[in-house]
Design a protein. Structure first.
Length: 317
């Protein structure tokens, strides 16, 4: 059963009517309703299109957090052949919030690292809702360094509300682990490309997104803090998250304008959760282009281009 967001209620009502009519047809309790169903489908499709043409920043936040959006494991299954997952940070333990390993992307050997939120209650608990602990970022560093050793490009898929803020994580050096992962991204001598596929929250995101190219799905968000967290700090009222989201400029469209990201990957009407295969295919095409653009650059040039990109953010002539 499809899950609707609050602002999608007009569409939910229309699609509910369509389902009711189809149920009557299946039971043989209705005849000659084909035209009515087609009219309702057209009306629902137009309503959905109109809604998604003018989404606010807060509505995009809700879409980015939709539980049915494709997750890291879905992208890997569709885009990466012969994927072999690697576990552990060789220091403390395994962190399932960040999943990583090696495989082939369109025939090319690559390293793939990303946040996994989980798709149901059990898997969400297993993956800690995509909120990584220090060992997750240390595992990411280990995989990136291995990729560099063998000359493999690195693909990262970002989808996290932020790094896990628990006491144990802080005791084990959360800030240091994030900083070292960010530093590793910036210093790699191989091409790296990140895609913000849902939420890109704070240091938990940038730790694996300080890359040569940063791509972002059309209705994803990318921010230094969650809208709720910003509202709590600015106004001591998390209920003002909608105001914070608007002011923070967290949408792909705003961030492309500010050159924080390099390209937007289009989503189907209604968001990635309505047509996962379509958005995964579009992401694959965007990754292929980004890696192709970087293919001819040597290690020193890759580092220079990456550093220049991040140093230029926020500067004006």
């Amino acid at each position: 059963m499809r899950s609707y967001l609050e602002f999608e209620k007009p569409v939910a009502d229309l699609e509910g009517q369509i389902q009711e009519l189809r149920a009557l047809v299946d039971k043989g309790e209705a005849v000659d309703v084909k035209d009515e169903i087609e009219k309702l489908e057209a009306k629902a499709g137009q309503a959905l299109t109109d809604l998604y043409l003018k989404l606010t920043a807060w509505q995009k936040t809700q879409v980015a957090r939709h539980p049915d959006r494709p997750h890291f494991v879905d992208y890997v299954e569709a885009l990466i052949d012969d994927f072999t997952e690697m576990a552990g940070d060789r220091s403390f333990g395994e962190d399932a919030a960040i999943v990583g390993g090696f495989g082939r992307f369109r025939g090319q050997p690559v390293a793939v690292i990303g946040h996994e939120k989980g798709a149901d209650t059990a898997s969400r608990l297993t993956h800690n809702f995509g909120m990584a602990r220090p060992e997750g970022y240390r595992k990411a560093v280990r995989l990136m360094q291995t990729a560099e050793r063998f000359g493999l490009p690195v693909i990262t898929l970002v989808d996290t509300a932020g790094a896990y803020p628990g006491i144990g994580a802080e005791e084990r050096g959360q800030a240091e682990a994030i900083a070292r992962s960010t530093d590793c991204c910036l210093g790699l001598g191989v091409p790296n490309v990140a895609v913000i596929i849902g939420e890109g929250g704070s240091g938990g995101a940038i730790a694996i997104a300080a890359t040569n190219r940063v791509l972002m799905l059309e209705h994803a968000i990318y921010s230094v803090i969650s809208p709720e967290g910003a509202a709590s700090i600015l106004w001591r009222d998390s209920a003002r998250a909608q105001d914070a989201a608007t002011g923070m400029k967290i949408t792909a469209q705003d961030l492309l304008k500010f050159k924080v990201i390099d390209a937007i990957v289009p989503e189907p009407v209604g968001g990635a959760h309505r047509a996962p295969a379509q958005v995964i295919a579009a992401t694959g095409a965007a990754l292929d282009k980004a890696l192709g653009d970087l293919a001819g650059l040597g290690p020193d040039e890759l580092r220079r281009v990456r550093w220049d990109k991040f140093l230029a953010i926020g500067r004006s002539l």
